[in-house]
Design a protein around this ligand. Structure first.
Ligand code: NAD
Length: 476
């Protein structure tokens, strides 16, 4: 392993963690090793340097777009802005996208992008300049487009950046009727889909909730069935972490600790998530929240005793130096790659159940897929059929009332008559995908007597990609 690619946990995220996980799963498959190598290898890496004038000086920006697999097109994956962005990390994240899409039956190859900047210390104007120039570079090399490669938000990016990407793309591709589908995670007014912003967090919630609803799983780790009252710790209060926290809070779970860059806060009786967010907005920090104690060293929050630990910030936060101190029954990987390969084995020996990133945080790409479909069909979900469903429900209700000689209240009528709108359809599609995929993974795990959900998830993904290559007729 090259020293250059090691981080402070002594782990090369891509070659070490993902490849090891892939190889563990591959042991259950008997195919030509060449096919496995083809699936594992990264197909294209575009590393770029481009100049941007910042504060009257020319600054050279380093950025990447990686397409890990072209077995299905377009490629799909977020773009992250961070001063820690490096090629190895982006390749790793692109690979995770390939496996994630395969598991969720989302018909894309995996991709990822990254720009090496610190978005916190870069002005909005400069982020816009850099984003537009990055998009221009992608267009120049044919690395973006509705049928080629479709970026989305990730760490350090959101709707704003996706709007700039769209605007740059459409101005350079005038008349492209499908241009809106060149990027997802856009604001609603720019062709976004309702429910995308919170999709990853909601997917995390649905996935963990499903696990917690199974008596056999919960009794094996000494917990009661259900979410209510479960003690939860969440690291990272950005897009994914905040929405995850909010959905659990609304389902009566106890959010006992929240961790951010500057420190963590703890209350054994549970934190009010919306009050913490107001406090964060007012003071710029989660620390000194009136109803909690501060934890100075933020990473120490991961070691507090809890039922469910949810890392939702960055990769490699649970490593060989702190894994033995983790005191949770379940770890839900909302972030990508939060547990290193060595830590994984330590946690498994401790009997901690890990619900892996390649399944658990795939709600984002699932709803991005819905957004892409919406953009290509040029119509909002529910627009065509909503009124028809309401009229049909009304007719049925009249018949039932006549037959039963009873009338129902106006409040009940409203519930029964309502046709589905976009957010209803997106959320039900997301829930259905998360729940059905969880059971596919669990059934495979049981049928092959596999120790953990991660190996099983990789196995499910690899099998689907092999099937896809075979049906393409590439391999004899
Ligand atoms: P984000 O930028 O919105 O939020 C990240 C949060 O983590 C920020 O609030 C940041 O301050 C906090 N953070 C940074 N370092 C920290 C530390 N050391 N301790 C505690 N908190 C820290 O990013 P996001 O979109 O929420 O992404 C978070 C993770 O989820 C990433 O691993 C990303 O790849 C993954 N993910 C995101 C999406 C998505 O739709 N955005 C989808 C799938 C996976």
């Amino acid at each position: 392993m090259s020293k250059k690619n090691q981080n402070n946990t002594g782990c090369n995220f891509f070659n070490y963690s993902i490849e090891k996980n892939f190889n563990k799963a591959a042991k259950f498959i008997s195919v030509d090793n060449g096919i496995l190598d083809q699936i594992k290898e990264c197909n294209s890496v575009y590393r770029m340097h481009f100049p941007v004038k910042i504060d009257k000086k020319i600054k050279i920006i380093k950025a990447y777009r990686v397409q890990h697999s072209h077995h299905k097109l377009p490629c799909k994956g977020g773009i992250r802005y961070s001063s820690k962005v490096n090629q190895d990390e982006i390749i790793a994240l692109a690979a995770l996208m390939t496996y994630k899409c395969a598991i969720m039956d989302v018909p894309f190859g995996g991709a990822k992008g990254g720009i090496k900047i610190d978005p916190q210390s870069t002005s909005k104007e400069n982020i816009e300049k850099i984003t537009r120039r990055y998009t221009y570079e992608l267009i120049k090399k044919n690395f973006i487009g509705p049928g080629i490669d479709v970026p989305a938000p990730d760490y350090g990016t959101g709707e704003k950046e996706m709007s700039w990407i769209l605007d740059t793309f459409t101005s350079l591709r005038p008349g492209d009727i499908n241009a809106l589908a060149c990027v997802t995670g856009k604001p609603i007014s720019q062709g976004g889909v309702r429910g995308r912003k919170e999709a990853t967090g909601l997917g995390v919630f649905y996935g963990i909730k499903e696990f917690c609803s199974i008596k056999e799983e919960m009794s094996s780790i000494g917990l009661d069935v259900g979410i209510s009252g479960k003690r939860i710790i969440i690291q990272g209060l950005g897009n994914v972490g905040y929405h995850t926290a909010n959905f659990f809070y609304k389902s009566d779970a106890k959010i006992i600790a929240l961790a951010e860059r500057e420190g963590a806060i703890y209350n054994k009786n549970g934190l009010n998530v919306s009050k913490v967010i107001s406090h964060l907005k007012n003071t710029g920090s989660i620390l000194n929240f009136p109803d909690a104690v501060n934890i100075e060293k933020t990473e120490k929050a991961l070691e507090i005793e809890c039922d469910i630990l949810i890392p939702a910030a960055l990769e490699n936060v649970i490593h060989k130096y702190n894994a033995h101190k983790i005191n949770a029954k379940i770890i839900g990987e909302a972030a990508n790659g939060p547990i290193t390969h060595e830590a994984d084995s330590i946690l498994e020996k401790k009997g901690i159940v890990i619900i892996p990133d390649i399944y658990l945080n795939a709600g984002g790409v699932t709803v991005s897929y819905f957004e892409w479909l919406k953009n290509l069909s040029h119509v909002r979900y529910g627009r065509v059929e909503k009124k028809f469903s309401e009229n049909m429900n009304g007719e049925l209700l009249n018949i039932i009332e006549t037959i039963c000689k009873k009338t129902i209240s106006e409040k009940e009528k409203k519930i029964i008559l309502r046709g589905a709108n976009e957010i209803d359809l997106v959320r039900s599609g997301l829930e259905d995908t998360m729940v059905s995929c969880f059971h596919k993974i669990r059934n495979l795990k049981k049928s092959l007597n596999i120790q953990n959900f991660r190996t099983t998830s990789f196995l499910l993904a690899i099998n689907k990609i092999i099937d896809s290559y075979e049906k393409l007729g590439i391999f004899p």
